[in-house]
Design a protein around this ligand. Structure first.
Ligand SMILES: C[S@@+](CC[C@H](N)C(=O)[O-])C[C@H]1O[C@@H](n2cnc3c(N)ncnc32)[C@H](O)[C@@H]1O
Length: 250
């Protein structure tokens, strides 16, 4: 099990969908052959497949959480769902025939070594890695504890999530370097969440809960985190930075 709940993934899906960089998404779709086969790593319930909505695609969705995979199979019955621990089974998974490899909100969880393994095993296939957290976090109105909370959260982001010490906010740049070293041409584009209370209040509350809990685990004072969290219940807006990446060989 991964610790990513069905509820959290469902809550973030609409915000993710809005945030994906439209031109990069279009460039990825244009680069695919007809009736492509795609492997989605850390698929959760299959939000990447739903967001890309590719005609005649053959999706292979892979994750180590059986609950999320079961939901993916229910939501996208035509996709293949494969249970795998990508920390150990990455090369086996990527030895499958596929035209492209996708991932969303995964590359901040993994380690630099794992990314180097990934880039080698990608073997020239198109890579589309969306929504990698980049460390940007801005809440409105501002609160005196914003900086302390953001620093503690980023420290927590770099803890081992099962793949070795996590790259956290450096995920997209580490992935860029690793893919370029394997001969890829890489394009990065911003894909921030732009949340506002009226539309995204439930997601903002869940996000603030998660950020505060992670900050406390990373050493932030409980009272400071609680004060910040209380204020965040009334936040009007929040921006969370992400990067989307498209990599093609040559
Ligand atoms: C932030 S969620 C993103 C899920 C999905 N891509 C999305 O955008 O909704 C990260 C995903 O990585 C999966 N994951 C984490 N560690 C994993 C591992 N060692 N092997 C396979 N999947 C893993 C989690 O189960 C979760 O579904």
């Amino acid at each position: 099990m991964s610790g990513f709940s069905l509820n959290w993934l469902a809550l973030r899906e609409a915000a993710d969908d809005r945030a994906r960089h439209a031109d990069l998404r279009r460039a990825f779709l244009d680069a695919l052959p007809p009736s492509p086969t795609l492997i989605d790593l850390g698929s959760g319930t299959g939000s990447t497949a739903r967001a890309l909505d590719i005609t005649d695609a053959r999706w292979i969705l892979t994750d180590n959480d059986p609950v999320l995979l079961k939901e993916a199979a229910r939501l996208i019955p035509e996709a293949a769902t494969l249970h795998a621990d990508l920390a150990t089974d990455l090369e086996t998974m990527l030895s499958r025939q596929a035209d492209a490899i996708t991932a969303s909100a995964l590359f901040d969880l993994v380690s630099e070594d794992w990314i180097a393994r990934f880039a080698r095993a990608a073997q020239g296939r198109i890579v589309y890695a969306a929504l990698t957290y980049d460390g940007g976090e801005a809440w409105e109105p501002a609160h005196p504890a914003d900086l302390a909370i953001a620093r503690a959260f980023d420290t927590h982001q770099q803890r081992d999530k099962g793949f070795g010490p996590a790259v956290g906010p450096m995920g997209a740049s580490v992935l860029t370097r690793a893919l370029e070293a394997e001969g890829y041409t890489v394009t990065l584009a911003p894909s921030p969440w732009r949340l506002d209370q009226a539309r995204d209040g439930t997601l903002m509350t869940a996000l603030a809960d998660g950020v505060a809990a992670a900050a406390v685990e990373a050493g932030c004072e409980q009272t400071e985190a609680q004060d910040w969290l209380d204020a965040r219940r009334n936040a009007s807006r929040c921006t969370i930075g992400h990067l989307d990446l498209l990599a093609v060989q040559g």
